[in-house]
Design a protein around this ligand. Structure first.
Ligand SMILES: Cc1cc2nc3c(=O)[nH]c(=O)nc-3n(C[C@H](O)[C@H](O)[C@H](O)COP(=O)(O)OP(=O)(O)OC[C@H]3O[C@@H](n4cnc5c(N)ncnc54)[C@H](O)[C@@H]3O)c2cc1C
Length: 380
């Protein structure tokens, strides 16, 4: 029972305990019932003391940032939500570049905006990603060909097994495609991040086709990884592209009441590619099969496009249509969206339908990208 722990937490300075606050008010999907309590922490010391207290009493504790990568059950049970409000951001020149230090509770896009305003390069392609700075290493956030792993210098971690706090190099986090050893493990709390950015006012090399084209970069220049543009220009274009896809939060637009991309792009053995193309050809024709996106990935594997497969399996934008509580975004097939009156159970039903439909059509299994709490795509 969390009550003893909560009683002790009430004596820790810069904490605030809130009852009856449903996860629907803490997540961008605006779904999920109420935890036993929510503890807001105004300083990193408070976060450390609160999490140590909860962990020592084995009270299930979930760190919640912007709630933009969370699917929470309609009844999440006895857990305590811990929200980090410490949000200091510092951008300082170091050598011929910049070092950016952000406390975990800082809104990620504010970190990017401050870096870009200083002329620091490397994070501009990550503009507009919702959520907190502290969550960026958790799934190694990425967009437009850049991942946080390319700029992360260190993360300040509270190790939840030992209770120790230490700056930790990225190699210890095993950052991969939308993954790290922090995701799904709750092994540590990220208290702050340090990013090493470039100082010549130019972006990271532009490799992503659509963004490169919009910035007037020739395909061969992009492929060679040589094309760089002023950081402010790239941020502007990234935000415009994302808005067009409903990938920038907007309370008035239900297409953004989502967790972003709901499924990761499937990575398959190169040997299985022929079978997938044959299944696509059988269902959609040879031309579609030849045009199916397939990009080389690590260890001789191939990355397919989840959005492309979902669409070809018959789930178009806005599926299943007007009036449904949860629909695919009308701007992007990869986002599942709450139209206003949904429950988590509705979201789970649509997630299963899409996943199973793609598997039946093409033999490819999709995996959800968000973290699920108190509910599972494979459960009852
Ligand atoms: C419209 C939209 C667009 C998106 N676009 C992208 C995109 O382009 N690329 C991308 O990679 N993601 C994208 N996402 C997903 C999401 O924004 C990111 O995963 C983001 O980093 C989540 O941050 P958060 O603070 O909201 O984390 P939350 O959703 O609050 O938490 C997610 C997980 O991280 C854990 N966590 C959070 N903070 C910490 C911490 N300080 N220490 C330890 N664990 C922590 C939580 O316990 C949970 O397990 C998008 C989401 C939305 C809604």
């Amino acid at each position: 029972m969390p009550e003893t722990a909560l009683h002790r937490i009430s004596a820790i300075s810069e904490t605030k305990i809130i009852r009856d606050l449903p996860f629907s008010q803490l997540t961008t999907l605006r779904l999920g019932g109420a935890p036993a309590a929510t503890v807001r922490c105004g300083s990193l010391d408070a976060v450390v003391a609160v999490v140590r207290e909860l962990d020592s009493r084995r009270v299930p504790a979930l760190i919640v940032g912007g709630g933009s990568n969370l699917v929470v059950a309609d009844d999440p049970g006895d857990l305590v939500a811990v929200v980090i409000d410490a949000d200091r951001v510092e951008v300082r020149a170091e050598g011929d570049g910049f070092l950016v230090e952000a406390e975990a509770g800082a809104e990620w896009d504010r970190v990017v905006a401050q870096a870009v305003a200083a002329g620091a390069g490397g994070v501009e392609c990550l503009s507009g990603i919702p959520g907190s700075a502290g969550a960026t290493p958790v799934q190694n956030v990425g967009a437009y060909g850049v991942e946080i792993s390319s700029v992360l210098a260190e993360a300040l971690l509270l190790d939840r097994a030992t209770g120790e706090v230490a700056w930790t190099p990225p190699a210890a986090l095993e950052l991969g495609y939308r993954s790290s050893n922090l995701k799904h493990t709750a092994r540590a709390v990220v208290l702050a991040v340090r990013l090493r950015l470039t100082g010549d006012g130019l972006s990271a090399p532009l490799r992503y086709g659509e963004l490169a084209r919009r910035l007037g970069v020739a395909a061969d220049e992009a492929a060679a990884g040589r094309a760089r543009r002023p950081v402010a220009e790239v941020r502007r274009e990234v935000l415009a592209l994302r808005r067009g896809k409903g990938m920038v939060l907007d309370p008035a637009d239900h297409d953004t009441w989502s967790a972003g991309s709901f499924f990761t792009n499937p990575v398959i053995d190169a040997a299985a590619l022929g079978e997938v193309r044959a299944a696509v050809a059988a269902r959609c024709g040879a031309e579609a099969a030849a045009a199916m996106p397939a990009h080389p990935a690590r260890a001789g594997r191939v990355k397919l496009s989840a959005a492309w497969l979902i669409e070809r399996a018959g789930f178009g934008r806005g599926y299943p249509g007007e009036g449904a509580p949860v629909r695919l975004s009308t701007k992007h097939t990869l986002a599942l969206t709450n139209r206003g009156a949904a429950r988590t159970a509705d979201l789970v039903a649509l997630a299963r339908e899409v996943r199973d439909g793609v598997a039946a059509a093409f033999g490819v299994r999709l995996h959800p990208e968000p973290v699920w709490v108190g509910v599972a795509i494979d459960g009852d």
